[in-house]
Design a protein around this ligand. Sequence first.
Ligand SMILES: [Zn+2]
Length: 229
Amino acid sequence: MEIIRKDESTWIIEDTGVRVFILKGKEKTAVIDTGMNLKDLKDIVSGLTDQPLILLNTHADRDHIGCNDEFDEVSIGIHELQHYQKNGFSQKITALYENDEIDLGERKLIVVDLSGHTPGSIGFYDPDRKILISGDPIQKDGRVYMFGEQRSLTGYIASLERLQKRKDDFKEIWPSHALLPLDSGSIGKCLEDAKDICRGALDYERTEMHGMTVRAYKGKENIYLCDDR
Ligand SMILES: [Zn+2]
């Protein structure tokens, strides 16, 4: 595990290939995702701040919710609830909607719809810093999981189209995996890749993932793991 201090009130915890983001306001601190193999995340965060913590999730894939059971409450995208509840956590769940604002005290985060990778994938936009915390949908030199029932390549394209129209809002994009930071040019490159997959313009190799045969498409920006059909 490595804790990287990005500024006086922003940290990234890197562990086994996935990130946790700690964003401190004047009154509260947001914990975005809880990693995969971390233990005692709350203890780790208490070394950075003694403020009350708010747990936010970009989405409910297993590598992002490893320490969620340490928290009594979680906020997650409205369309992610079903996917999240499969995990059997018993805490209070608050649904987040596009453009919802999370007030940390003189620092706010705005919810951005990034559905497609999962039904309710969301990002968190810090407008003062012009940073988008993007979860898995936007990466560079990463692997974007797009196989299995709950994922939608066309939904992913629609989300990226919406985001591309406002790309100048984002000075930096901070994904959960692979390179960080990205510039907003990655949005258009991921979008082109996804469209190329849809129209059969990208080469792929078949590979085994979690007992399934999937297609690994080699795009300009990432490898995209898609259903074999
Ligand atoms: Zn992930």
